[in-house]
Ligand binder design. Structure first.
Ligand code: OOB
Length: 539
């Protein structure tokens, strides 16, 4: 396995292979078979362009050869920051074939995140769009040093247009299926996002079991609404799961209802995955937007807690089934089943998908809590890697000595095996599915000359579940900055917009815990009182 990664112990690897979870084939192998069997079948749809399985297969080969000729080698890391476009998917398959490793950035990331990802992964190449949602990503690329190559989808300026990377296919040695295929990003709890190495065979299993649990077949059209660089829309079952079964992937240019509803109607979309704020919006708009959504058979909702009331209303309002999805880039994926009773679908976040997903629910000392009580979820299994990339020190605390990942999520395990997410112990804000590591934002706030101390906490929000509140203790020099000034300051530091505080509270001092740490629990209570909000989740 690639240096800097933690392999599964051999006895586990043997078991996962023997049980058929791990298959000796690189990601994208099925694409070749499907392309040969039915070349003209539509694989990918953009609003103004479509691509068949045959074309996707050919383009992946030619792009792989072109990248090789441009100087990329197996094992090289390629940071991809693209919106939901066909080139994203062709590029992924080219890299799988070449054995080069995509590192998935989000379109919302800015200089701070992108520079970190390129440095962490030692990236050889960066792939960006020219513009997306009014932002010029070439400007961003100019400020990120490190990658030798910058490829652009669209107008390349001084960089290289991805379209022109093209060469006659040549035989390439197949990558080792046991090795890393791609890197996902952790939501981050301490500092900047960590890289999660996913192997061909672990990720292949991830996408197969989630495709199976969604009952996905070649007759399905999956609509990618959320960014496809995120695990959920990429492989749970997402784009890769859909292509695996020979279905059709419809790529939404943005998650807005104006873009998405007409696509559902036109392409007769059957399945999609949403975060709770979008699901609430769909619930509101379904009857009044005037689009025919009757082709939908299944809508997954996950990434943040989906309240039971909304979950109960969603299916009848949209005329489809709902599937709660509780997953993480680190591996474990829990989902309700298509034949679960409606109340189970409304009130739980599903069951782990693999019979070999091991679950422990523990208290702060690491001891198992009594059945049915709330504790931290620990897990290990055939698609949950044993460590972050190049993060030995962090891995020592993020994993138990016997390889269980500490999810930082508080859950209750029901006798049926379903989990209910009750909260979290990790210092993170879940902003409607977007994860914000409190201390990453705190580090940036502390760089402001007028800030002496700061603490970032979640505050309840009726629409997106949680928003970010920054508490600040001003320093001796100058007045504390207001929210607008602080937001401008953080933007200048290259922080992604979803990480910017929604509210700023200036205080004289912080409450402290008995051991002298800032007492964030009391700060959360204070902001709840100030906003008059109730503790709870999106409902
Ligand atoms: C998904 O993945 P990540 O890596 O962005 O975030 C994982 C974290 C979980 O540890 C949990 O804290 C939270 O997001 N989360 C949920 C949830 N789904 C994720 N919290 C409550 N209820 C849920 N349904 O978010 C992700 C990956 C694959 C599929 C779906 C979501």
């Amino acid at each position: 396995m690639l240096a800097g990664c933690v392999p599964w112990p051999p006895e586990f690897a043997r078991r996962y292979t023997e049980r058929g979870y791990w298959r000796p084939e690189p990601l994208g192998t099925r694409l070749r078979t499907l392309a040969r069997a039915d070349a003209d079948r539509v694989a990918l749809v953009e609003p103004a362009r479509r691509m068949t399985y045959g074309e996707l297969d050919r383009r992946a080969d030619r792009l792989a050869a072109g990248l090789r000729r441009a100087g990329l080698s197996p094992g090289d890391r390629v940071v991809i920051q693209l919106p939901n476009v066909i080139d994203f998917v062709t590029l992924c398959h080219a890299l799988f074939r070449l054995g080069a490793l995509p590192v998935f950035a989000l379109p919302a990331h800015r200089e701070s995140e992108l520079a970190h990802l390129c440095a962490m992964s030692d990236a050889t190449a960066l792939v960006i769009p020219d513009n997306y949602l009014g932002f010029d990503h070439r400007e961003l690329a100019r400020r990120v040093t490190g990658p030798e190559h910058v490829f652009v989808v669209g107008e390349p300026a001084e960089f290289v247009a991805l379209d022109t990377v093209d060469a006659e296919p040549e035989p390439l040695p197949a990558p080792d299926p046991a090795d890393v295929a791609l890197f996902l990003l952790s939501g981050g709890t301490t500092g900047l996002p960590k890289l999660i190495p996913r192997t061909h065979q672990d990720y292949g299993y991830n996408l197969r079991i989630s495709a199976e649990n969604a009952g996905l077949t070649a007759a399905d059209s999956y609509l990618a609404v959320l960014p496809i660089g995120h695990n959920y829309a990429l492989a749970c079952p997402g784009v890769l799961g859909t292509l695996h079964v020979g279905g059709r992937v419809v790529l939404a240019p943005t998650p807005s209802v104006e873009d998405v509803f007409p696509l559902i109607e036109r392409e007769r979309v059957t399945v999609t995955g949403l975060v709770p704020p979008l699901a609430l919006l769909w619930l509101e708009m379904a009857g009044i937007a005037g689009a025919d959504l009757s082709s939908l058979r299944l809508v997954q909702v996950g990434g943040a807690k989906f309240g039971a009331d909304a979950a109960r209303r969603f299916g009848p309002a949209l005329g489809c089934k709902v599937q709660q999805s509780f997953g993480m880039a680190e591996g474990l994926l829990c989902q309700t089943a298509l034949d679960d009773p409606p109340e189970t679908v409304a009130t739980t976040q599903g069951r782990p998908l693999s019979p070999d997903d091991e679950i422990r629910v523990v208290d702060a000392s690491g001891a198992a809590v009594p059945d049915g009580e709330v504790g931290e979820l620990l897990t290990r299994g055939p698609y949950t890697p044993r460590g972050y990339y190049r993060a030995e020190e962090h891995n020592a605390s993020a994993f138990t000595s016997d390889g269980f990942f500490r999810t930082g999520d508080l859950v209750r395990l029901l006798p049926s095996g379903h989990l209910v997410v009750e909260g979290r112990v990790k210092d993170q804000i879940n902003r409607g599915g977007d994860k914000v590591a409190a201390d990453e934002v705190e580090d940036h706030l502390l760089a402001h000359p007028a800030v002496r101390e700061c603490a970032v906490v979640a505050m309840p929000d009726p629409l997106i579940g949680e928003r970010t509140c920054a508490f600040v203790v001003p320093g001796p020099r100058g007045a504390a900055p207001g929210l607008a000034e602080m937001v401008a300051f953080l933007r200048d530091r290259g922080l992604a917009a979803y990480k910017l505080p929604d509210r700023l509270e200036v205080v004289e001092s912080f409450p402290h815990t008995a051991v002298g740490k800032v007492d964030k629990r009391r700060l959360r209570e204070r902001i709840r009182e100030l906003t008059g909000a109730q503790p709870g989740s999106t409902s």
